[in-house]
Design a protein around this ligand. Structure first.
Ligand SMILES: [Zn+2]
Length: 229
């Protein structure tokens, strides 16, 4: 077993979080750390929640060149199903498709850095609202204490691809096959002020929300913030 001392390598403050947390934010100096195989490694941080935010939560912002290598769409999918009933005839269906691909574009993905059911779908919605995020808190201001960041930078890159696939399947056509790879992946943690309204957790001013019961760590997160005040 390897033990990592959770101390900010920049200013020496003690870092805290929940038992499964892998991402740590120093509320004293504003630096971020990921607890990886080689100990604490620096993380890029954008803090967009003030110190008095009651529910600041960590999100991954992943910038990547998204290559849609192949995108196959079925034509007349519905009529084909009606015409051929439940039998699947590959040779007939094979003629009724069109293929595009070779598209490469820079995309920015935003999604929770903690497990939530339906995370890729939340990421598809949240990524559309990146321009609505609150401003970055300037250095020199007091910063919030956060917890809950348990998705590693490597897993974040995998999840960013899931969000990209989600964006493609949301398009209004009969997608049959998709092949996507990401390159030049850059990750950063964005801390956003969240608000609890009855059963739902709203993410900053984006209008995007998730049910608190879909977050396995929810009780721990609430406990952490209530102990802090
Ligand atoms: Zn520090």
């Amino acid at each position: 077993m390897r033990i990592t001392r959770l101390v900010c390598s920049n200013c020496g403050s003690i870092l805290s979080g929940l038992g499964r947390d892998r991402l740590f934010f120093c509320s004293n100096c504003g630096s971020g750390w990921s607890n990886g195989d080689k100990g604490l490694e620096p993380l890029e941080i954008q803090c967009r929640a003030s110190a008095d935010s009651s529910l600041p939560l960590p999100f991954w912002m992943v910038k990547a060149t998204t290559h849609v290598l192949k995108r196959t769409v079925r034509n007349e999918f519905t009529t084909t199903m009606l015409r051929f009933g439940s039998s699947y005839e590959e040779d007939v269906l094979a003629k009724k498709k069109s293929e595009t691909g070779g598209l490469a574009e820079k995309r920015t993905f935003l999604f929770p850095a903690f497990p939530v059911d339906g995370l890729p779908g939340i990421g598809v919605n949240l990524s559309e609202h990146i321009s609505n995020l609150p401003p970055v808190v300037e250095s020199g201001n007091s910063l919030p204490d956060i917890c809950g960041g348990s998705i590693s930078p490597m897993d974040a890159a995998v999840l960013a691809r899931c969000v990209a696939v989600g964006q493609e399947t949301e398009k209004a056509d009969w997608i049959a096959e998709i092949e996507i790879v990401l390159s030049s992946v850059k990750t950063a943690i964005v801390i956003l002020p969240c608000f609890l309204e009855v059963e739902k957790v709203f993410i900053a001013e984006t209008g995007v929300a998730f049910f608190r019961r879909s977050t396995p760590e929810w009780d721990g997160i609430v406990d952490y913030y209530s102990r802090r005040t």
